[in-house]
Write a protein that binds this ligand. Structure first.
Ligand SMILES: NC(=O)c1ccc[n+]([C@@H]2O[C@H](COP(=O)([O-])OP(=O)(O)OC[C@H]3O[C@@H](n4cnc5c(N)ncnc54)[C@H](O)[C@@H]3O)[C@@H](O)[C@H]2O)c1
Length: 325
């Protein structure tokens, strides 16, 4: 297939591009490089530096794209509470411009990077696709809004749409030649890369927000999914996309790991001491978020393969040492 990958200079988009190319697809990456890195783009992809709002310059009716995989967006939940206008603009307004371009060009399929943040504080565990959607931050609200836009687009105009709701993404893609493609966000807000920054001496200590949650060790529990498993799910999503339907899948490994378990695993992988400071709970941080991904297993045939913390942190550390440290 001929595929447009928005956000292909970012973490998940750059890893997925490589698996798409490995599978024999043609990949065009569209990215404005606002938070992505030119060197992360898959070397065999065609790169167009542009904003998704201008995707119509690439998605012309005669360009022959078979699908758009839409990763581009702003992703920091905390920032979205201080600068909501940026999140509504990128994740909704510009994404709707992309959707208009998809329709105008007659592209039949679209796969969208949605998020567990659409659910907010869970009313059930594990969290399935039918759980109450009540985002507690602007980021989650903007992603849920675009999910709704895809539902109506499929209904009204026959788009074959798939939303993949990722839980916490971690790890890196390690290529056969040993090169690694992984996570770089600035500022970094995700626990595993922050832990690695401490291990590399780039930060003095790491903060854990709250040790008085109703969990086994009192720290928050999250569901981590290896980026390689996540990327594979996108290839499967392209296969099951069906005209006029909007299919939605949660992607997590179904196991929760506490913040302290992550730190302990990182100590073992890196050999570093990793001093921890316990800070007060953050507003809107649920105690436990664990995915129910049975639907993805049943309908996509998706089985996460790299689901231990050692797999994820080990690969992330290999990337960190080769690219960031
Ligand atoms: N990383 C996670 O843990 C996680 C979890 C759930 C969902 N997601 C979703 O997955 C997607 C990818 O996340 P990521 O971690 O790879 O993020 P990232 O920041 O690494 O990549 C995003 C990419 O999009 C590009 N971009 C942003 N706005 C753009 C615009 N208007 N036009 C063109 N390009 C633009 C950036 O330059 C960057 O390369 C996002 O949509 C995010 O909401 C990520």
């Amino acid at each position: 297939m001929k595929l447009l990958v928005t956000g292909g200079a970012g973490y998940v988009g750059s890893v997925t591009s490589r698996l798409l190319l490995d599978a024999g697809h043609e990949v065009v990456v569209l990215d404005n490089l606002s938070t992505g890195f030119r060197e992360a783009i898959a070397p065999d992809a065609t790169f167009v530096q542009a904003d998704i709002a201008d995707a119509g310059t690439v998605l012309t009716p005669d360009a022959g794209f078979d699908a758009v995989l839409h990763f581009a967006g702003l992703i920091a939940a905390g920032e979205s509470m201080h600068k909501p206008e940026l999140y509504w603009d990128h994740n909704v307004q510009r994404s709707l411009a992309l959707l208009n371009a998809v329709r105008a060009a007659g592209v039949p399929r679209m796969v969208f990077s949605s998020t567990a943040a659409v659910y907010g504080n869970p009313t059930e565990l594990p969290i399935t696709e039918t759980a109450t959607k009540a985002p507690t931050n602007t980021y989650g609200a903007t992603k849920l809004t675009f999910d709704f836009a895809l539902t109506s687009e499929a209904f009204a105009h026959g788009l074959a749409a798939v939303s993949l709701r990722y839980f916490n993404v971690a790890g890196a893609l390690i290529r056969e030649d040993g090169t690694a493609i992984g996570e770089r966000h600035d500022p970094e807000t995700h626990l595993i890369p922050i832990t690695l920054q401490v291990a590399a001496g780039k930060r003095e200590k790491l903060q854990i927000f709250g040790d008085d949650y109703p969990t086994a060790d009192g720290t928050c529990v999250r569901d981590y999914i290896h980026v390689q498993d996540l990327a594979r799910a996108h290839l499967l999503a392209l296969d099951v996309a069906a005209p006029g339907e909007h299919k939605i899948f949660n992607l997590g490994n179904g196991n929760g790991f506490s913040n302290l378990e992550v730190v302990e695993a990182a100590r073992q992988v890196t050999g570093a001491e990793l001093p921890v400071e316990i800070a007060p709970q953050r507003q809107g941080d649920p105690a436990t978020l664990v995915a129910g991904s049975q639907k993805a297993r049943d309908e996509l045939g998706w089985i996460p393969e790299k689901n231990t913390l050692t797999d994820m942190i080990g690969d992330a550390w290999a990337f960190y040492r080769s690219h960031v440290a």
